[in-house]
Design a protein around this ligand. Structure first.
Ligand code: FES
Ligand code: FE2
Length: 441
């Protein structure tokens, strides 16, 4: 990092990595330099300027339902623990021993009363407090009290059970950061008649040899990468997905849209499209196992009009929350950047609370059919991300084009930028947030 950056001033003229170009010239509304995806020096800077500067999704409260339940997560490359403490409060703490820095928890999930560091045995309770050091005659009296406890991210907050943390104490509050993305999260949460969801159906994990930013929100690729699946949907009118995909939602003639919600949050917007066919969809739902009761309970909970709206997206807002969260299909997804050329993806199927088990089973089967390890959907995305990463190694004309629909997108009444479903409004929205965080302007 150069001196200018060390002094705290981010300059858009700063050159990082092998492109030889200033950071601000690597991205525009029309194109992105492939080094933004392939250069490890840029990746290292992203960890510093994006993942330590903005809110990062950690996990959902339902993943730690009991006192002592914990999950290991990451903020960029930094290890954290999300734990429900002995008083029932959820804490996010850095997974780093106060002694010589070892992680104090190494299994990714569990239930415990204490975290005991394996290196020299220092022990912390679930609030992070250092409660014991081994062979304590080697320390002055009152040592534990003086050391305090595991460090914490300066900012931790949640939106209706979605827990986020931020390493920059001067960042804007979470609700401001989320903005309209919060309204879209409601489409998932309020698709449950109790307004409660559970991420307790396990997780399927995958990784691909490609950059973390390749997991975009892309309405353009579906009819090509997933051509066989799209054909299957349209032919199998018994499946719930088919009922939702009538009239090719990925056609630019459809009522579907792409949206840039600001701050890098983006949306494939199916709201109008689904509401136009809501009665047909409810008919399908009523015929599904557990569906009749679900529809009735939703109407009782929210009133008919609002219930229809809440059910229209089937709990799938198709939302990207920059930088590491997506709510898509029947899942909450975390992207973990590993290196410029490697990304880990965690997919948590979402269960609704207060619905017949059969309905949640159906949701799980739907998730598996597109996103499971042997499914016909998500593995194709991973494959195409790897091909993109391979192709971008060619540096003669190193530009990636993201200009689709730039000439026809508009600012909507709600202030969001809106394009047709195949337009790269979403890619531009994400890269604008990237540029702002990376260059400070
Ligand atoms: S590093 Fe944890 S006890 Fe020594
Ligand atoms: Fe895809």
């Amino acid at each position: 990092m150069n001196e200018q950056v060390n002094s705290g001033e981010l300059a858009s003229a700063e050159v990082v990595g092998q492109s030889g170009l200033p950071l601000s010239e690597l991205v525009s509304d029309r194109r992105v330099h492939s080094s933004v995806y392939t250069d490890q020096a840029i990746f290292d800077l992203e960890m510093d300027r994006i993942f330590t500067k903005t809110w990062v999704y950690i996990g959902h409260e339902s993943e730690v339902p009991k006192k002592g339940d914990f999950r290991l997560r990451k903020i960029g490359r930094q290890p954290v623990i999300m734990v429900r403490d002995k008083d029932g409060k959820i804490n996010v703490m850095m997974n780093r021993c106060l002694h010589r820095g070892a992680i104090v928890a190494e299994v990714e999930a569990g239930n415990t009363k204490f975290f005991r560091c394996w290196y020299h045995g220092w022990t912390y309770d679930t609030t992070g407090k250092l409660v014991q050091v081994t062979a304590d005659e080697g320390y002055e009296p009152g040592f534990c009290e003086k050391k305090g406890g595991l460090a914490r991210p300066p900012l931790v907050d949640d939106y209706r059970g979605f827990v986020f943390a931020c390493l920059d104490e001067n960042a804007a509050p979470l609700d401001k950061h989320l903005g309209q993305a919060a309204d879209l999260l409601n489409y998932l949460i309020d698709a449950s008649p109790t307004g409660k969801i559970r991420l307790d159906a396990g997780v399927n994990k995958t990784s691909y040899r490609g950059n973390w930013k390749l997991v975009g929100m892309d309405g353009y690729h579906v009819n090509y990468v997933h051509a066989s699946v799209v054909q299957g949907w349209s032919e199998n009118s018994d499946s719930g997905i088919a009922a939702m995909h009538k009239n090719d939602p990925f056609s630019d003639e459809a009522l579907t849209r792409t949206r840039d919600l600001g701050n890098g949050h983006v949306l494939l917007d199916f709201r109008e499209h689904r509401m136009a066919a809501i009665d047909k969809y409810l008919e399908f739902l009523r015929g599904a196992p557990g569906g009749e009761k679900y529809v009735e309970d939703m109407i009782a909970a929210y009133g008919e009009e609002q219930a229809k709206k809440n059910m229209s997206l089937a709990g799938d807002p198709h939302l990207g929350v920059f930088p590491n969260l997506q709510v898509i299909g029947n899942q909450v997804r975390i992207m973990n950047p590993i290196s410029a050329g490697e990304t880990e993806v965690l997919m948590f199927p979402v269960m609704f609370e207060g619905v017949p088990d059969e309905l949640n089973t159906l949701r799980l089967r739907q998730h598996e059919s597109f996103y499971g390890p042997s499914s016909a959907g998500s593995p194709d995305d991973a494959e195409i991300f790897e091909r993109a990463q391979q192709g971008m190694r060619a540096t003669v004309n190193p530009w990636v084009d993201i200009s689709r629909g730039l000439h026809r997108e508009e600012v909507d009444a709600d202030g969001t930028i809106v394009g047709k479903i195949s337009d790269e409004t979403t890619q531009r929205g994400q890269i604008r947030a990237w540029r702002k965080l990376m260059t400070g302007g």
